[in-house]
Unconditional design. Structure first.
Length: 349
């Protein structure tokens, strides 16, 4: 008898916030089987699904770096998966692979659309393929090492600092000898940044005196700003930029759900302070993934980088609410949905 395959599909485009029960629908279809795979393909079951702030942007019908998800289409997303059947030389049954399965339990992936575990040097746990050695770790590495280029003694500010990307970006700046200031949304996250990850200062942007504290923490102004949030915090960092500062434009989560996104009124500081402000998309840097993963793995094994994941149990049914909560700061470290516990018996399809 065919096994059911639960997928989450886009039902309607949100204008502001994602509305649980309205934006997405659950869809059940028969799962693919080993008879469905062709040469160069693998049949997989998802173990962890990555939840990413960019997902909100993929729902908008606008020109971007990827096409919008279509109404009725399975929501785009990356999973770490177990191989159930293989006609690829790159993976055998039981291997872990990472790929854009979408929000679905079972999928067929073609070579080129998945990365085998051999691409992840020093891999300890499958979830690392989505976190520190996955897209967010790579984003931190690309943004900080290729654009920010912090030097010893410089002042580096990271917003979204307790999240998946920011927490790694700040630690990379520390490895480079910089003085690192993290900005995060509650005191517990700030404590973690300083006491566990070794940030020099961490400030809660929801505190009433945040802006004064930020001024006090940046007496020599900012050399590198790694921006994950945009909005008011970006504007404030522009006002504190040193001459020739580098602004790494990674994300702008504070504006993703806004029906009326706002630009920074201090943008002219880019000119007066001769700031290099550069956006980037991690997928443009595939040729650097090997080097980046090698370095990240090395730093983890040396104890120079610590990471954490915030894992939501409950399968794909919880993904929608999990994504809504991501924009409210529910997570510390990388947010993942546990689609299936890796210790459970593999499915038979
Ligand atoms: N350019 C690229 O290629 C690329 C690739 C991956 C990710 N990104 C971007 O990198 C950023 C971080 O992504 P991530 O996957 O690592 O997510 P994340 O940081 O793990 O999670 C998002 C965090 O953003 C913070 N946040 C939410 N609303 C905010 C607001 N209004 N103001 C300030 N902070 C807010 C929340 O923490 P608090 O509790 O601190 O508010 C939340 O935990 C996002 O902007 C994302 O789009 C870019």
């Amino acid at each position: 008898m065919a096994v059911n395959n639960l997928s989450i599909v886009l039902a309607e485009r949100p204008t502001g916030d994602i509305i649980p029960g309205t934006t997405f629908n659950q869809k059940i279809t028969p799962a693919p089987t080993s008879a469905d795979i062709k040469d160069g393909e693998v049949l997989v079951e998802a173990l962890y699904l990555s939840l990413d702030p960019a997902m909100r942007g993929w729902l908008n019908d606008v020109r971007s770096y990827v096409p919008p998800v279509q109404i009725g289409e399975t929501m785009r997303g990356a999973s770490v998966c177990r191989v159930l059947a293989s006609k690829s030389k790159q993976a055998t049954v039981g291997d872990y692979v990472c790929g854009f399965t979408g929000w679905t339990q079972y999928a067929v992936l073609r070579e080129g659309a998945f990365e085998p575990s051999s691409n992840y040097p020093g891999l300890r746990e499958p979830k690392d393929m989505l976190s520190v050695l996955g897209m967010t770790g790579l984003t931190a590495w690309v943004g900080m090492t290729k654009i920010g280029e912090p030097k010893a003694g410089e002042t580096v500010v990271v917003s979204g600092a307790a999240g998946a990307t920011g927490s790694i970006a700040g630690q990379i700046a520390k490895i480079n000898g910089a003085r690192v200031i993290g900005i995060a949304g509650n005191d517990e996250k700030c404590k973690w940044l300083v006491e566990e990850l070794g940030f020099d200062v961490a400030l809660n942007y929801k505190d009433a005196d945040f802006k004064e504290k930020f001024k006090e923490a940046t007496p020599k102004y900012i050399d590198v700003y790694f921006d994950n949030v945009g909005g008011d915090i970006l504007n404030m960092c522009l006002a504190r930029a040193k001459e020739h500062a580098r602004f790494v434009m990674c994300g702008g989560i504070s504006q993703y759900n806004s029906t009326n996104p706002e630009g920074p009124s201090n943008i002219s500081r880019v000119i007066t302070m001769r700031i290099k402000m550069q956006g980037f998309i991690v997928f443009d840097h595939i040729k650097d993934y090997g080097k980046a993963r090698q370095e990240l793995s090395q730093w983890i094994s040396e104890g120079k980088i610590k990471k954490t994941e915030h894992i939501l149990p409950g399968g794909l049914q919880v993904a929608e609410q999990g994504l809504v909560d991501l924009y409210k700061g529910s997570n510390t470290g990388k947010l993942l949905v546990e689609v299936k516990n890796p210790n459970e018996t593999p499915s038979k399809l």
